[in-house]
Ligand binder design. Structure first.
Ligand code: ADP
Ligand code: MG
Length: 383
């Protein structure tokens, strides 16, 4: 697959699709991680004398009033600070003002166009990959670089649409995600162990189906463990139950008896106890310390570990020990260690274990779809 390094960018109008979908409250950016993560690709284009045209979405635009709170203007200000260079912000997504601004760019200049999803009014042109829009945006540049991993699982005009009409490649951020995730999933050093948690089984059925074929062990925690336990006939009290996934759990357990490892103890609102001692009024909210030890036995000898989904309701301190315990185990072993999923990534970072991982995947939905073995349309179009 072509990357930004494969193009001569000198004097070229280079459209870079970045992920500037940052949280903004009252006009103030509360977390600029995504902007920072895009700097490597942007700086590379600047250093190679490109005329840089940046595109990104921000939030959802369903009605006119959504535009005010989802303008990319504050992002252009923050980006100017981070690049130490004035970013030209164009408050439209098409037309003369945008075209003139692009034609006036000098080599090394950076322009940020307004939120691509402003084109979702009235008829979802961006989100439904309207053909005319993709062609039009492509006509604004000479080269297209996709570096928005977080939206790569969607076919939108600003990724698939442009790439269908222009020479294209991927940026450093997408390259790093693929270089870490694909070999771990498809050609892992063994033993290969997957840790799965999170809320609902139904959110992760695709992941389980794909990884159960590839992994040596699947350690299951989090809310989803209780549907598996229920499928084995265990009383789970008021713990999270994903009724419609019980049959799925029964089947996958039957076919992979020795591969799937379930919790043996839990933390409820009342106590820490064996899984068989949950009463009908209790809720399992974290894995217990015996389960952490059990999981450790599998993890200690593993050479590849992929983790998706916190093993407890980690947002609450008293139910965070399981998730922290997994972090601590991983910190002390040598293996390829990958964390993916929005909540898993934020748990790992908040608990201060970023360094323990080989790679933390940033695209929630996109990394899940890679774990499901799916092809991401925003990347596939570039092959
Ligand atoms: P990711 O975003 O990493 O893919 P998920 O969104 O699937 O992860 O799951 C994260 C959520 O699962 C968290 O909000 C967490 O509180 C919840 N969760 C984990 N364990 C439990 C549990 N035992 N009961 C209820 N919710 C849980
Ligand atoms: Mg989540």
């Amino acid at each position: 697959m072509k990357t930004i390094r494969d193009f001569d960018l000198n004097n070229k109008k280079v459209i870079i699709r970045v992920d500037f979908n940052v949280p903004i409250k009252d006009g103030v950016i509360t977390d600029d991680t995504r902007i920072k993560e895009s700097l490597k690709t942007i700086n590379y284009a600047i250093d190679n004398n490109a005329k840089v045209i940046l595109m990104s979405h921000l939030g959802r635009i369903k009605e006119e009033s959504d535009k005010l709170k989802n303008t990319l203007k504050p992002v252009s200000v923050r980006l100017s600070e981070l690049l130490n260079k004035q970013v030209i912000f164009v408050p439209t997504t098409r037309g003369e003002e945008l075209e003139n601004a692009i034609n006036n760019l000098n080599n090394g200049d950076v322009l940020l166009m307004e939120n691509t999803r402003f084109e979702d009014l009235p008829d979802k042109k961006e989100s439904k990959n309207n053909e005319e829009l993709g062609k039009y945006w492509a006509s604004l540049g000479d080269v297209y670089i996709n570096d928005a991993f977080g939206t790569a699982h969607r076919a939108h005009a600003s990724n698939v649409g442009i790439a269908s009409n222009l020479e294209s490649g991927i940026g450093f951020l997408i390259e790093k995600e693929l270089d870490n995730l694909l070999p771990a999933i498809n050609n892992p050093s063994r033993p290969f162990t997957v840790i799965l948690g999170g809320a609902k089984v139904s959110d992760k059925i695709g992941v389980i189906e794909n990884l159960v074929k590839k992994a040596d062990y699947i350690l299951i925690g989090g809310g989803m463990a209780f549907t598996f336990l229920k499928a084995k006939g265990i009383e789970i009290g008021k713990s999270l139950l994903d009724e419609e996934s019980i049959d799925f759990c029964k089947n996958i357990l039957k076919e992979n008896e020795s591969k799937i490892i379930l919790p043996i103890d839990v933390v409820t609102e009342l106590k820490e106890c064996f899984i068989t001692d949950i009463t009908k009024d209790e809720t399992g909210l974290d894995i217990g310390s015996k389960t952490v030890k059990l999981f450790k036995q599998y993890l200690d000898s593993s050479k590849t570990i992929i983790w998706n989904g916190p093993v407890g309701m980690f947002e609450e301190d008293r139910y965070s020990n399981g998730t922290k315990g997994i972090c601590e185990i991983l910190k002390n072993i040598e293996a390829t260690k990958i964390a993916g999923g929005g909540d898993t990534a934020s748990a790992v970072k908040n608990f201060g274990y970023e360094e323990a991982f080989t790679h933390i995947s940033t695209g929630g939905g996109a990394s899940l779809e890679l774990l499901e073995g799916k092809v991401l349309p925003g990347i596939d179009i570039i092959k």
